[in-house]
Design a binder for this molecule. Structure first.
Ligand SMILES: [Zn+2]
Ligand SMILES: [Zn+2]
Length: 254
């Protein structure tokens, strides 16, 4: 499985980075950050060659460039045809976010004959497939409805776990059991953020989930990157697997 980190940062990304977002096997986008079209071109991927877009949840920093992605598709000849794009996300919020993106673009005024993307609102434990991947969901525990994902490469069985945004919970480790790579948020850094209404994880929470899941590798993202090395020192006390240090636009094979 090929994983390209389009962004690794928090809500307001630092220069040269973007909010945590990924391209898997060059066919599945997970979240879009602030500049999805620019990020894809930076990594040499034609925007309209990616036919699957998956949202972890609909907080702004994970979807703010959703309208620009749709706009890009409408401008590619023969034009006004986004029907090859499949969009998946939590069923509680996906349609509102999609309609909001269309409203921002004034799509029904500018393009009355728009061929719209296919929208797949996913229930809590849904599953779907792309050409090379099988994606399984579990509800996250965040301030808005969200999903954690277990993504399996159908060709060789490698597994990627993605926490999305979530606070710690004992359900996480069994869901990610035995994964080859766990990408886990660490918004709280080294602070204990359990019980806070923002419902995020710390680096310690990420390490605990990775250890209990038996994850082979762990990448912490969407947290205070300036403190990442200090956080990883604390992580290494708990989690003994391989630590991956993703940089923006970096690709890895697992
Ligand atoms: Zn969030
Ligand atoms: Zn977030």
């Amino acid at each position: 499985m090929k994983i390209t980190f389009l962004g690794t940062d928090t809500c307001i990304p630092s220069k040269g980075n973007d909010t945590a977002s990924y391209l898997i096997n060059d066919e599945l986008l997970v979240d879009v950050g602030w500049n999805v079209t620019g990020n894809l071109r930076e990594v040499g991927t034609e925007v309209t060659s990616v036919h699957h877009l998956l949202f972890t949840h609909m907080h702004h920093d994970h979807m703010i460039s959703f309208p620009s992605l749709i706009f890009h598709w409408t401008q590619i000849p023969p034009g006004r045809d986004v029907s090859a794009l499949n969009i998946y996300g939590p069923d509680e919020t996906l349609i509102d976010a999609y309609e909001g993106a269309l409203a921002f673009l004034q799509a029904r005024r500018f393009w009355p004959n728009l061929k719209e993307p296919k929208i797949f609102p996913m229930k809590a434990e849904d599953e779907f497939e792309t050409d090379t991947l099988r994606i399984t969901c579990m509800p996250s525990d965040h301030a808005v409805p969200g999903r954690c994902y277990r993504i399996t490469d159908k060709r060789d069985g490698t597994v990627l776990g993605m926490s999305g945004d979530t606070c710690y919970g004992e359900r996480l480790a069994p869901f990610f059991e035995g994964c080859d790579l766990l990408i886990h948020e660490f918004s709280g850094g080294l602070s204990n953020v359990r019980g806070l209404p923002t419902k995020h994880s710390s680096a310690i929470d990420a390490a605990t989930v990775a250890r209990d899941a038996g994850a082979k590798r762990l990448a912490i993202v969407h947290g205070p990157l300036e403190a990442r090395e200090k956080c990883l020192e604390a992580v290494a006390e708990i989690y003994k697997g391989e630590l991956v240090r993703p940089e923006p636009r970096m690709s890895i094979e697992i």
